[in-house]
Design a protein around this ligand. Structure first.
Ligand SMILES: [Mn+2]
Length: 398
């Protein structure tokens, strides 16, 4: 049995066009590899798309690649991740499934108050596949608490469980504050746990939980992920686990400690770091940190330095100056993390201040997502405002 395991493809991510392009190309390249590796089937463990309503371009490219797999008779088994859902619970994955491009295996029914998951059998290999959706704010936890594990544990054969949840036992140190669930919430005795959600590659086996695998994002999703993660996916080949990196560009990563230095001195240190380098097809990640001895962060001549890097062939230059400060004041900074985590932290801090019926932890991310909605094509301003107002009333249960 040979299968590919992808997670967190985040099609449509990155605003910067050059990085958005790499992100899309990563998916295209991964599917091409999957095809040339002649796998029996493909697993996608959530967050195929970056948002519940993906852009036309990312949808078009995703569908084209999934169609290629379908035409070759390579089934795709999928679960929804925290990014795939709209507040109404609708997901683009349903559209893809109706078109015959994938099978959403996170399906179940209520049997005497417990959640009984449906087990899908891959026709070619007889692998038994099931899974659980991931939701924002780890709201899937309540499903795990209702899960009829015995029903899944007594099933015979080669079994795969797909999940989009951080597991406490595998949580990377740098994501200590991330919500997580103990592995004991999962059914025991599966042959492979195809996990997603945590954007850090990690694999581990436990006596009752063999092959718990997080492939990490297919393409890094932020500056810090670009610094630490390669991006890629796994191929499971008869018991052997092989990581397939998706490396479309080279990376040049460097940092300058600007503490007690003048902007001029920082300029010359950056110049020294990039001197005579060939940056062909390379992303440059530059971190500047520390309190300058004089001047302001904007006195560092980044514009000139970045154009030098571009002249040396750089594909794209990314700079992080969030910890670069002027001598006269110390800025208060939230630790760099992704937008969702910051939102979640702020929500947690402010909970309990509103008089509303619904659970706030659930409501606020829904509201943020709703109010983030854009006008549909051809929709008038008036209709758009009316629609937003109605949606908000609905969530607030007014
Ligand atoms: Mn993700």
């Amino acid at each position: 049995m040979k299968f590919a395991h992808l997670a967190d493809c985040h099609m449509g991510a990155w605003r910067e066009p050059k990085l958005a392009e790499l992100n899309r190309k990563a998916f295209i390249s991964a599917v091409d590899t999957v095809i040339s590796e002649k796998v029996d089937f493909v697993l996608i463990s959530g967050d195929l798309f970056n948002t519940s309503l993906p852009s036309f371009d990312s949808l078009k490219e995703t569908v084209a690649k999934l169609k290629q797999l379908a035409d070759l008779g390579i089934p795709v088994y999928i679960i929804a991740g925290s990014h795939d859902f709209s507040p109404s619970g609708k997901t683009m994955l349903d559209v893809l499934e109706n078109a015959g491009l994938c099978t959403n295996v996170a399906k179940g029914e209520d049997v005497n108050g417990r959640l009984r998951l449906r087990i899908f059998v891959d026709p070619k290999t007889n692998a038994k596949i099931t899974g659980m959706i991931g939701k924002k704010g780890m709201l899937e936890r309540e499903f795990y608490e209702l899960l009829d594990r015995e029903h899944l544990e007594k099933e015979e054969g080669f079994k795969i469980f797909m999940l989009h949840t951080a597991l406490t036992e595998l949580k990377p140190k740098e994501l200590e504050k991330m919500d997580s669930a103990p592995i004991s919430l999962l059914p025991r005795g599966f042959d492979y746990y195809a996990a997603g959600h945590v954007h850090v590659r990690n694999t581990k086996s436990f006596p009752d939980y063999k092959n718990v695998v997080y492939p990490g994002p297919l393409f890094p999703n932020s500056f810090s992920e670009l610094e630490t993660e390669t991006g890629g996916f796994y191929i499971y080949d008869n018991g052997e686990l092989i990581f397939k990196p998706v490396e479309l560009v080279k990376k040049f990563i460097f940092g300058i400690d600007c503490g007690n230095k003048t902007p001029d001195k920082v300029d010359s240190e950056i110049e020294e770091a990039i001197k005579d380098k060939d940056f062909d097809n390379t992303i440059i990640l530059m971190r500047l940190a520390g309190k300058l001895s004089s001047g302001r962060p904007s006195d560092v001549d980044l514009k000139n330095l970045v154009s030098k890097m571009n002249a040396q062939g750089a594909y794209f230059v990314m700079k992080n100056t969030s910890k670069l400060t002027a001598p006269e004041f110390e800025e208060v900074q939230i630790e760099t993390s992704n937008i969702e985590e910051i939102e979640e932290a702020i929500i947690k801090e402010n909970m309990g201040q509103f008089k509303i019926k619904k659970n706030e932890k659930e409501l606020i991310p829904d509201m943020i997502e709703f109010l983030n909605k854009e006008k549909d094509e051809g929709e008038t301003n008036r209709d758009f405002e009316e629609r937003v107002r109605k949606d908000v009333d609905k969530i607030l249960e007014l």
